[in-house]
Design a protein. Structure first.
Lengths: 437, 328, 343
């Protein structure tokens, strides 16, 4: 067996060496211990000796290449061995071969071109302790004005949090659901202190108390954490021109008025349309379970409802089989009983899709976390009247625009599938007649 | 209950333990006839003899090195450094040998030794004899660091330190040697790693150690009349630090001040504050965490300068008032 | 200061007649073969360690003691199991000569859980505390300070053991050398100080950086008996180390022995040997401990070429098995990284 000549590792951090010169050619006789090759590391140039006596053969790495340590670079053939005894060679990948020329080129291009500056600018930079090279030059040279502009920028750093407040004040404010920007801060630099927040309405836990998690909050916490951690969410946002939907709802409400039934809420309206779209897109009404996709038999849409101390999602069963009026009535009933704590277990179970609407709080758009084991959730934003382009001639009109953000389980819902589902909702909202068609 | 001095408490702890366990011995400079530079080992040579009250040449590195070697093979040495400042000569055996032997050898070595050393300023001994270097020691995994403030704490903690199977640095304060306090008769130990609430309060948590505990308590008395209720927490063990007790206190009061004699930069006040931000107590802070420490200066000789270099009672009063009044 | 190396005379007489010497020291033929085998084992072990390092299998660096086998084996023969050993970073030879398990040594180099230090120490910190091996030390002179303490503990516990602390010529210039010798001398501690003088610290020639050589003068300055011997004459090493250890064991106080030897490999794996010539290394190889002992044995007809082959084969097998053991051993659990800091 030919003896492999291996490039040794000679230093603690060394990963590769460069072969500077082979001292012997292929076919030359070599003696054990005789220097065979001159190599270079970043510390030093050195020779490596032959590990055995014989003939040098099968050189794999030539001069001026980087060789990873512990690699075979050549072989020493024994007395009765020939080139045919050499093992099969796989050519080393060409990108490990670095030409000295290329090395030089690469080094040059990474050199930054030094900018020149006026004498005044240099003095200013030195006085302020800043690196001239950090300053963008408006012209060929860095001027005094450039330095001033740069310095001014450092001062005006936008803080991430607008209202200074102590951790205690934030905690209390959060628990009370307060907007700290609306609280008068009595601390230095208008900092909001705990006392300031205490005095803003409501029974709050006193400073230093601990609020134990209610069972509801515990459940919410567990479920959302699981969903967030195990379900890969994909989010799609779209904008809807709600002019037609508003008009349609208005006409429906005229009908409701005549009927003496309650006015249809926008949530109920949207729910009807979502149910319709779900029927056409079963993947959004399914569940990922044990590497299988379970398509639900029913379409049961849960409507996220805020309570004083948490969140509950009452479910409208078989929403696809209900009219907007029926959905509206059911929703009103469920919401009322949710707030008084009178929902039965099966009114909050078996949801297959969830809608969450924060429009009444002025929220433009938001991403919601899927309620497991569902595969999607639709987050509805507020209606904002905005100018939009309405036709190919670039006509601008003020329209009521609304953002919808669909969150879907990417394990079973691909982007295109989700997009189609959402597109259908948009179409239906923009042309409600579609449901009659 | 009898009252004894801090010095006496340390002396008694050593004597009682040496009577109980013949593996314990004291090694250091001038500990025999002279009775130790601060008189702590007075009378011990007569009782235990020159083998167990082992007086050495002036060789700090060899003293701590010998202690480490002896501890590895069955003895329980107590090495005395004449001044904490001199531990610097012995950092190699303390840090590279004693602290690491157990870990480097895969858990198969034990180094049960104690290094006692007096720290602190106020005696006019100036820069090279007045340092508070506990922060440097706290940084080393493998050793424990203890810093008692009262005779009661000193005795109980020293007994625990001697009995602890790890290398323990026992930091005494020069100015406390003559301080008196109640110490019960009979054996008792105080576990390492447990802080002590020296005074209960509701408006601010002040963490201080050694002589600063006494200055803080004096300040707290005065502040009581101003309607400020100060809770004083004495860590007692610096490594491992009892963050839980401090956090509980901060959660209660919402305000934290750390007072130590050691120099400000990289001083252990930073360690306390960083630790608090890692606990839920952080959410209960209502003022920025503050520290009052020795200035970044070698201890000067002139007594006024010396006093100005470290926190005094007036400084503590001023700081507490400023924090409670939301000045920061 | 001249750069000429002073000619220093050894205290020992050169071993030329092996039969006579063996008789004097009470060694049988088998004992002598055993000595030879152990030296071969060490040499092959170090060469394997070097090979593993070149293969990129060993993290960090290594300090190989090839060339110093005479000191290791000669000393190891004198040590009793209850004696304490404090070693330096170039300590593989001493460990093997004192009966260490090469499997656990190899496993430690590869950082495995089954290594002497559970992979936490590496080559420089191998210890077997239960077997009274208090560790190789990465700090030059680190063992010297501990030795006085161990000696003190032995004395206070009235035991019949000694502590042997081995260090190099570089360590003799550390301040702690004097502090420790002073302390051992004033208290008559049972410490044997063995200085393995292999001519170089890392790259510094010992005579260039030491005010006076041989070092035994420094021991004598502390009132400690000191010897300067040829470390490459394994039987001479045995003879003098036995004297020294017996002296310390009989509570007569500390002893200092300086053994002259030479290392073939560089200081560590980053050493390119720029501070000495190839010729110098070859010269020393020609009069190395194994070569000399082999010649003596062959001359006295106590060993043949076949014996040598057989011994090398046996030792190679042991070492190959050690490498296999090490490579098949598990890595330590990363989740336990902070375990064993405190007792």
């Amino acid at each position: 067996m030919p003896t492999p000549f291996i490039m040794p590792k000679m230093d603690m951090d060394q990963e590769s060496v460069t072969i500077n010169e082979w001292l012997k050619k292929e076919g030359d006789p070599v003696k054990k211990g005789e220097p065979l090759v001159v190599i270079e590391t970043d510390k030093i140039t050195s020779e490596v000796e032959a590990p055995a006596t014989g003939r040098l053969a099968g050189i794999i790495y030539r001069e001026n290449v980087d060789v990873p340590v512990s690699e075979v670079v050549a072989y020493i053939l024994g007395e009765d061995e020939t080139e045919s005894d050499l093992p099969e060679r796989t050519e080393p990948e060409t990108d490990t071969r670095v030409n000295q020329e290329d090395k030089d080129k690469v080094e040059k291009s990474t050199l930054k071109t030094e900018k020149t500056a006026t004498a005044v600018a240099q003095r200013m930079a030195e006085a302020e302790g800043i690196n001239l090279q950090d300053i963008p030059a408006s012209g060929e040279k860095i001027t005094k004005e450039d330095v001033e502009k740069y310095l001014g920028g450092l001062e005006g750093v936008e803080p991430r949090v607008q209202t200074p407040a102590t951790p205690a004040a934030r905690r209390i404010g959060h628990e009370k659901n307060l907007d700290l920007t609306r609280v008068e801060g009595s601390g230095p630099r208008s900092r909001v202190q705990a006392a300031d927040v205490q005095s803003v309405s409501g029974q709050t836990p006193g400073l230093g108390e601990t609020l134990a998690l209610s069972n509801m909050r515990k459940r919410i916490a567990e479920r959302l954490t699981t969903s967030y951690q195990t379900t890969p969410h994909i989010y799609l946002t779209t904008e809807v021109d709600m002019r037609e939907a508003e008009a349609s709802r208005k006409r429906m409400n005229e009908l409701a008025n005549q009927d003496s039934t309650p006015a249809i809420s926008m949530t109920a309206f949207i729910t009807r349309i979502v149910a319709w779209s779900l029927k056409r897109h079963p993947y959004l009404n399914a569940s990922f379970q044990n590497n299988e996709i379970r398509f639900w038999e029913e379409i049961n849409i849960g409507i996220a409802t805020a309570l004083d101390d948490g969140l509950i999602v009452p479910v409208i069963r078989n929403a696809d089989q209900m009219t907007a009026k029926e959905i509206n009535n059911t929703l009103r009933d469920l919401t009322r009983r949710a707030r008084s704590g009178d929902l039965s277990l099966d009114e909050i179970q078996n949801g297959t899709f969830t809608i969450s609407n924060l429009g009444m709080y002025g929220i433009q758009s938001f991403t919601a976390i899927i309620n497991p084991p569902q595969s999607a959730i639709l987050a509805v934003g507020t209606l904002t009247r905005r100018p939009v382009v309405v036709d190919d001639a670039d006509t601008l009109e003020i329209r009521p625009m609304m953002m919808l953000t669909l969150g879907a389980d990417h394990r079973i819902v691909d982007g295109a599938v989700a997009a189609e589902f959402l597109a259908d909702i948009v179409k239906a909202l923009e042309t409600p007649e579609l449901l009659l068609f | 209950m009898p009252e004894i001095t801090y010095r006496q408490a340390i002396h008694d702890a050593m004597v009682e333990e040496m009577r109980r366990d013949d593996k314990v011995f004291l090694i250091g400079e001038d500990i025999g006839t002279y009775g130790g530079a601060f008189g702590v080992s007075a009378g011990m040579l007569e009782e235990f003899g020159p083998d167990r009250i082992r007086e050495t040449p002036i060789s700090e590195q060899a003293i701590v090195g010998a202690a480490a070697g002896a501890a590895m093979v069955g003895m329980r040495p107590i090495a005395e450094m004449m001044f904490m400042d001199f531990i610097l000569l012995a950092m190699e055996p303390l840090v590279n040998q004693a602290a690491k032997a157990r870990y480097m050898f895969g858990g198969k070595a034990t180094v049960p030794m104690v290094v006692r050393m007096p720290s602190g300023s106020g005696t006019g001994a100036a820069a090279q004899h007045s340092q508070s270097l506990e922060t440097i020691l706290m940084h080393i995994p493998g050793i424990k660091v203890v810093a008692p403030s009262t005779p009661y704490d000193a005795k109980g903690l020293l007994l625990s330190s001697i009995r602890d199977p790890n290398p323990v640095c026992f930091v005494e304060h020069k100015l406390l040697y003559k301080a008196k306090g109640e110490v019960p008769e009979g054996e008792y130990t105080i576990p390492l790693g447990v802080a002590d609430i020296k005074r209960s309060g509701t408006d601010i948590t002040v963490v201080s150690s050694q002589i600063m505990v006494h200055k803080t308590l004096a300040a707290a008395e005065k502040l009581q009349d101003e309607g400020i209720s100060v809770e004083v927490v004495d860590p007692r063990t610096m490594r491992p630090l009892d963050v839980d007790t401090i956090a509980k206190s901060v959660k209660k009061t919402g305000r934290l001040l750390v007072v130590h004699e050691a120099v400000k930069t990289a001083g252990w006040a930073g360690e306390v504050m960083a630790s608090i931000s890692e606990t839920p107590a952080w959410d209960y802070l209502d003022t920025p965490m503050r520290r009052l420490t020795g200035k970044d200066v070698p201890i000067p000789y002139n007594p006024n300068l010396e006093a100005a270099a470290v926190p005094q009672e007036d400084d503590i009063l001023r700081e507490i008032r400023a924090i409670v009044n939301n000045t920061y | 200061m001249t750069t000429e190396k002073p000619k220093m005379k050894f205290d020992n007489k050169k071993t030329t007649d092996i039969l006579k010497k063996a008789d004097e020291l009470g060694f049988s033929k088998d004992d002598l073969i055993e000595i030879y085998s152990t030296m071969i084992k060490i040499r092959l072990f170090e060469e394997m360690a070097d090979h593993l390092y070149a293969m990129g299998k060993v993290h960090g660096t290594m300090h190989l003691s090839a060339g110093q086998e005479g000191v290791a084996v000669g000393t190891g023969l004198v040590m009793r199991p209850e004696d304490y050993l404090l070693n330096h970073h170039r300590g593989h030879g001493h460990l093997i000569a004192n009966g260490a398990d090469v499997n656990k040594m190899m496993a430690e180099f590869l950082g495995k859980q089954t290594g002497y230090c559970r992979g936490r120490g590496g080559s420089m910190h191998i210890a077997d505390v239960e077997a009274n091996n208090l560790g190789a030390n990465g700090i030059v002179g680190g063992g010297i300070e501990l030795a006085a303490g161990v000696g003190l503990a032995i004395q206070m516990q009235n035991q019949e053991r000694i502590v042997l602390v081995i260090f190099g010529d570089g360590a003799a210039n550390e301040g702690i050398f004097h502090e420790s010798l002073n302390m051992a001398a004033i208290w008559d501690l049972p410490v044997v100080y063995l200085c393995e003088n292999n001519q170089y610290g890392m790259s510094a020639d010992v005579s260039r950086v030491s005010s006076k050589v041989p070092f035994r003068g420094r021991a004598e300055a502390h009132g400690i008996p000191g010897y300067y011997i040829d470390g490459n004459d394994v039987l001479a090493v045995y003879e003098y180390m036995k004297q020294a250890i017996d002296h310390a064991r009989s509570r007569k106080g500390p002893v200092f022995v300086e053994a002259q030897t030479y290392r073939y490999f560089g200081h560590s794996k980053s050493d390119r040997n720029l501070y000495r010539t190839k010729e110098e290394i070859s010269e020393w190889r020609a009069k190395g401990p194994i070569t000399r002992f082999e010649e003596l044995l062959m001359k006295a007809d106590m060993m043949t070429d076949q014996d040598i082959e057989r011994i090398k084969k046996d030792m190679t097998r042991i070492i190959d098995e050690a490498v296999e053991f090490a490579e098949n051993s598990p890595e330590p659990d990363v989740n336990n990284v902070t375990e064993w800091v405190y007792a």
